[in-house]
Design a protein around this ligand. Structure first.
Ligand code: SAM
Length: 253
C-alpha cells in the first residue's frame, strides 16, 4: 500500500510519460556517453560512478531506465525499480529494441522488495532522490547495499528549488521561498518533491551510515541551450548558479 504522496507522484509520471518521456526514451537509450542532468554534463569529466563492471546496481526511480542501460553496457548488472507502470513499459520496449535485458521491478523506492546487502551501487537520477522522502529511501539504499557500497544520486540544486516560481516558469534571480520549507514541496500542478538542504542531506546520509565522498554542483556548459521540456531554468541562469547537485557517498564497512 503506497502513501498519498507516492500515489500523487505515480499519477504525475503517467502524465509525463505520455507527454514526453515515452517519445524521448529511445534517444536517451541510444546515447553513447553517460551524462548528468538537464545540460548533459559528461560523467567522463566527473568520474563519480567509477568502474562499474561486475557491480550489482539498483536504480531507484529508474523511469525509462536509460541510466541502467548505460551501466549494463559498461558491464554492470543493473536492476531498475520504479513505481510507475507506464515508465517501466517504455523501459521494457527500449530493452527489446536495444537487445539489452535486465530486471525491471514495479515498487516504491521507500519500501524496496529486495533482501538486505545485495547491491554494490545504488543510483538515482532525478528518481527517488527527488520524489521520495529522504529518511525513507536513503534508509532503504543503506539496507540493500553491501558494506562499503556506494550511493550516487542527482537532484535539483537547493538554489534552483528556492528560485523557481510556484506556477510554471523558469528560476528567477531572487529567492521565492524559504529554505525551511524545502523539505517537502507540493507543486500546484501536482506532484510532491523532497528537497533537503545540503545540511539535511549530510545529516540523513550520516544517520544511515554513509560517508559523503563528493558533492558536484552542476552548471550549464558555455555553449548550452535552454532545455525545452524540463523548462525550469534558462541556460544563462545555469551558467551562473548550479542547477543540480550530484552526490556520492559510501556506506561504512
Ligand atoms: C525523472 S524520472 C526518472 C529518471 C530517469 N532517469 C528518467 O528520466 O527516465 C522520475 C521517476 O521517479 C519515479 N518515482 C516517483 N516516485 C517514486 C517512488 N516512490 N518509488 C519509485 N519510483 C518513483 C517516477 O515514476 C519516475 O519514473
Amino acid at each position: 500500500m503506497i502513501d498519498d504522496d507516492a500515489a500523487a507522484n505515480r499519477a504525475e509520471w503517467t502524465r509525463t510519460n505520455a507527454e514526453f518521456t515515452d517519445a524521448h526514451a529511445q534517444r536517451a537509450w541510444a546515447a553513447d556517453e553517460i551524462t548528468w542532468g538537464l545540460f548533459n554534463v559528461p560523467e567522463s569529466g566527473l568520474g563519480v560512478l567509477g568502474d562499474v563492471a561486475g557491480l550489482d546496481v539498483l536504480e531507484l526511480g529508474c523511469g525509462t531506465a536509460y541510466l541502467s542501460a548505460q551501466l549494463a553496457r559498461r558491464g554492470a548488472r543493473p536492476v531498475g525499480l520504479d513505481l510507475n507502470r507506464a515508465q517501466l513499459a517504455t523501459a521494457g520496449r527500449c530493452q527489446r529494441r536495444f537487445g539489452l535485458l535486465f530486471p525491471l521491478v514495479e515498487a516504491d523506492a521507500q519500501e524496496v522488495p529486495v533482501a538486505d546487502r545485495c547491491f554494490d551501487l545504488v543510483v538515482s537520477e532525478y528518481g527517488a532522490s527527488v520524489w521520495c522522502d529522504p529518511d525513507r529511501w536513503v534508509a532503504e539504499a543503506a539496507r540493500v547495499l553491501r558494506p562499503g557500497g556506494r550511493l550516487v544520486f542527482l537532484t535539483n540544486s537547493v538554489l534552483v528549488t528556492l528560485s523557481v516560481p510556484d506556477e510554471r516558469g523558469v528560476a528567477q534571480e531572487r529567492l521565492l521561498r524559504p529554505q525551511r520549507e524545502l523539505g517537502r514541496v507540493e507543486w500546484p500542478g501536482g506532484g510532491v518533491e523532497f528537497h533537503p538542504s545540503h545540511g539535511d542531506w549530510v545529516r540523513v546520509l550520516g544517520a544511515n551510515g554513509f560517508v559523503v565522498e563528493s558533492l558536484h554542483e552542476l552548471y550549464a556548459p558555455a555553449d548550452a541551450e535552454t532545455p525545452r521540456y524540463y523548462d525550469i531554468v534558462t541556460a544563462r541562469w545555469a551558467r551562473r548558479w548550479p542547477v543540480e547537485d550530484l552526490w556520492a557517498a559510501r556506506l561504512a564497512r
